[in-house]
Design a protein around this ligand. Structure first.
Ligand code: FES
Length: 190
């Protein structure tokens, strides 16, 4: 039989008390599962990073080296070219009107296309930028940050000119995403 709670005792049915007791029990008996894994070598071994080897350490960033990727004369003024680097591509930009060179991964994070070398160079309040030729998302050529939305940043790299050569300071090629297969036809409106 249902009994209406009285004004004097809003929890006459004891519902709130039961909830409080249940919550207290959860708080008292809570145990972080992952902390348990870290304390137990056997369970921790199940989370090793590689099938071979025992390392569970995060991968350290690899050392960068200067790599000769192009000749100065190959890169158009205020334009870019794509240079093959292992299984991937690096975009090299000769921003001649600023007197500066830039390099980035050629991969646009929007549709994961290797197209940035064909992008349009520009200036955003003094900041050098490149607009992707496909859908015009724009990236800061220094930090790589996307300036037109919340896309991932592009990877950018230092450039130096030595004589006729363009050198880019790069991590090992395997640290960068490989070039995806190119679609037969690319629709800019897609
Ligand atoms: S693929 Fe670059 S903006 Fe869409």
């Amino acid at each position: 039989m249902w009994i209406a709670p009285s004004r004097d005792s809003p929890d006459a049915l004891g519902i709130a008390t039961d909830l409080e007791r249940g919550l207290q029990h959860l708080a008292d008996t809570y145990e972080c599962e992952w902390a348990g894994v870290l304390r137990d070598p056997e369970r921790r071994a199940q989370f090793r990073q590689y099938a071979r080897g025992q390392s569970t350490e995060p991968r350290k960033p690899s050392a960068r080296t200067w790599v000769k990727l192009a000749q100065v004369a190959e890169v158009p003024r205020d334009g870019g070219i794509a240079a093959r680097y292992g299984e991937t591509e690096i975009a090299i930009f000769n921003f001649a009107s600023r007197g500066e060179w830039f390099a980035s991964h050629n991969l646009c994070p929007h549709k994961r296309q290797m197209v940035l070398a064909r992008g349009i160079l520009g200036d955003a309040s003094g900041m050098p930028k490149v607009a992707c030729p496909l859908h015009k998302n724009t990236f800061d050529l220094r930090s790589g940050a996307c300036l037109t939305g919340d896309l991932d940043a592009i990877a950018t790299f230092p450039v130096k000119i030595e004589g006729d050569d363009v050198l880019v300071e790069l991590p090992p090629a395997e640290d960068l995403c490989a070039t995806p297969p190119r679609p037969a036809v690319q629709d800019p409106a897609a």
